[in-house]
Design a binder for this molecule. Structure first.
Ligand code: Z5A
Length: 212
């Protein structure tokens, strides 16, 4: 029987270094001989990437918060069932840039959708599936915004005010504090080398634990 892979997600406010640390985590798994896929949300399949484009494009028409929420879960249903679950069933580890924690943080904390409503969609789309481990890269929102904004054009989320991202950071920290066994908070304000060392150590420990 193939051992089940592990589902690891990377979360945090914009520009904290998720993409950078996802690559670092992939290099660590590679060096340990672990089979894995790297993916992201919203997106991860051609159809879900089309939904991502709809979600991120700046537009004049105001986007209703329920439209945004349902599109996030529509993309997730496609991604989860056609990509993530088959990879886990084949024994691969899944490294995913954002997942449902981002919905609780952005649509819940950021937009104000009650978390009970998000939880209903979470059960509907995911059943019992949850990430095995969430790596929360945490830094003051101004630090992440400054890093992300040096890139140029801003998407629809990046155009939000600093208070929006502050509520998101608070929601992430509340969720991590409530379930410390599954969340690993990494201080992402440290220099890149130190953040990478922390994430590498964490991934190594998870692989060692999975082989016991
Ligand atoms: N969204 C949502 O609302 N609800 C949901 O359910 C989901 C998503 C799943 C797309 O996400 C948007 O979708 C997102 C939330 C929403 N919007 N926002 N904001 P995304 O993940 O694609 O976009 P992002 O959050 O804006 O990610 P990002 O800007 O690409 O940032 P990042 O991946 O966290 O950072 P990075 O690209 O690795 O690093 C940014 C820069 O900082 C880069 O130049 C690095 O070299 C540098 N960096 C990284 N680490 C360091 C350290 N430690 N020191 C100094 N410099 C560093």
């Amino acid at each position: 029987m193939t051992a089940r892979g592990r589902f690891i997600t990377f979360e945090g406010t914009e520009g904290v270094g998720k993409s950078t640390q996802l690559q670092n985590a992939a290099d660590t798994l590679e060096s340990l001989g672990v089979e894995f896929i790297v993916t992201r949300e919203p997106g991860g399949t051609p159809m879900a990437e089309s939904i991502r484009e709809l979600l991120l494009a700046p537009r004049e028409e105001p986007v209703n918060e329920m439209t945004e929420l349902l599109l996030m879960f529509a993309a997730r249903a496609q991604h989860l069932h056609t990509r993530i679950l088959p990879a886990l069933a084949a024994g691969k580890w899944v490294l995913c840039d954002r997942f449902t924690d981002a919905t609780f943080a952005y649509q819940g904390g950021g937009r104000g959708v009650p978390k009970e409503r998000i939880a209903i969609l979470e059960s509907l789309v995911q059943g019992e599936v949850r990430p095995d481990h969430v790596i929360l890269l945490d830094a003051p929102v101004e630090t992440g915004m400054a890093r992300a904004r040096s890139r140029g054009e801003l998407d629809r989320f990046e155009q939000e005010a600093v208070e929006f991202f502050q509520r998101i950071r608070n929601t992430y920290l509340e969720r991590a504090t409530a379930a410390p066994a599954n969340y690993h908070i990494v201080n992402a304000a440290l220099p890149l080398e130190q953040v990478s060392e922390g994430v590498t150590g964490l991934l190594r420990a998870l692989v060692v634990a999975s082989r016991k």
